[in-house]
Ligand binder design. Sequence first.
Ligand SMILES: Nc1nc2c(ncn2[C@@H]2O[C@H](COP(=O)(O)OP(=O)(O)OP(=O)(O)O)[C@@H](O)[C@H]2O)c(=O)[nH]1
Ligand SMILES: [Mg+2]
Length: 454
Amino acid sequence: MILLLLLLGNPNVGKSTVFNALTGLHQHTGNWPGKTVSNAMGTTNFMNKDFLLVDIPGTYSIMSNSQEEEIARDYICFGNPNCTVVVVDSTCLERNLNLVYQTLEITNNVVVCVNLLDEAKKKGIEIDLNKLSDELGVPVVGTIARKKKTLKNLMQAIFDVCSSSQNKKYTKIDYGDTIESAIDILEPAIKKLLVNKDFYNYRWICLKVLEGNKKIISSIENYLNVKLLGNEDLQNTLAKAKELLIKNDVNLSSFKDKIVSKIMFNSETVALKVTSYAKLDYNSRNYKIDKILTSKLTGIPIMLLFFALIFWITITGANYPSQILSDLFNFIEGKLVNLFEFFNSPAWLTSVLVYGMFRTLAWVVAVMLPPMAIFFPLFTILEDLGYLPRIAFNLDGFFRKACTSGKQALTMCMGVTKLDFFIISLFVLHYLTDLPGFLQTTNIYYFISCKYYF
Ligand SMILES: Nc1nc2c(ncn2[C@@H]2O[C@H](COP(=O)(O)OP(=O)(O)OP(=O)(O)O)[C@@H](O)[C@H]2O)c(=O)[nH]1
Ligand SMILES: [Mg+2]
């Protein structure tokens, strides 16, 4: 039997790095949020047990505010995972614990993977993992996902959770007398409806029904094949529960606020309890740099300067290797023509193979390879310095006007090389059209290579 593992966590905490290290696959990783956009699956084996891992797109919450949140929530609730691994960033534990609590409210088959411990160490942050485990009531493992050997303990903890018979448990967060009494009113009715279904966490469904979260309710109805809002009994009980809430001044929006505030309060309290800071001003330098890089006044000019510098280095720097490659290919082309002449090959064959195929490929390689070899390492340096998320932040306002997010800017930057390719290819075509002898062949190869590339 294969065991299902979910990898869940905030964006950019190292889920895909853990996934790749465990499965040997090559999911895209990089230092900005939002790289994983669809679920990736891979397998691993530990102590003779097979595990199917699902790398889920990063999400800050599973309260159904976006598509990623819905995917993650539906997987945890209805995918029947044997274990959910919540990967958290040790340098900002408090924010990450929100998602941990939301997950624990659904299931206790959870292992918390406190990742980026090396980054935390650099910043003088220390996390008491045992204390965190006591507070959360689930296993907590510290990792540096880039170092594969640190993941052994994680697999051991996952193995133990999967082997334990303590299934069907969840964490009960106390939301105060009023909400708890409303849950007590509603729970028997929910239980009656779902008693034969493969779902045991009636309390969580009560919360979602009281919250009136239509997306979650319709997910529950679809996956569990049950009618919640259409059920008359449930409607009557729900009305009673809501009446109690209103009597105690809890309306729909304050209900949601209370839930969110309580989860945030718990995260804050626990994070404070388990985190200690060796350098009290560990963040002050980062804050200062952030202020300069993302402020309205200086953020955009600095970003434009960076881009201008990168493109200048790429374009001028690429000229030299391009020239060398071009000379080399010209030399090889001359030799190839001599070779074809030596074998008395027909003119059309020389035209197709040398002037068509070889010359087009040589041009594309000579012109495209050097800028790529310069641009991508520069882009990687910016990524490792953590500047890319700041660019995304700076451009978010503009991109939102076009109904998308600032993160799109990063993929568009990388896409510039495709645009380069297109423009350069046009030049190649233009140049070659002056040589009518092999114009047609070249055209065909040009279009094939262009189509292949796009
Ligand atoms: N220093 C350090 N870097 C890490 C560690 N784990 C991951 N990284 C780096 O953190 C960055 C983000 O890692 P990803 O695996 O892409 O993060 P993710 O959670 O999959 O991100 P999304 O798919 O965008 O949600 C990459 O540059 C990784 O190389 C770690 O333990 N230490
Ligand atoms: Mg990822």
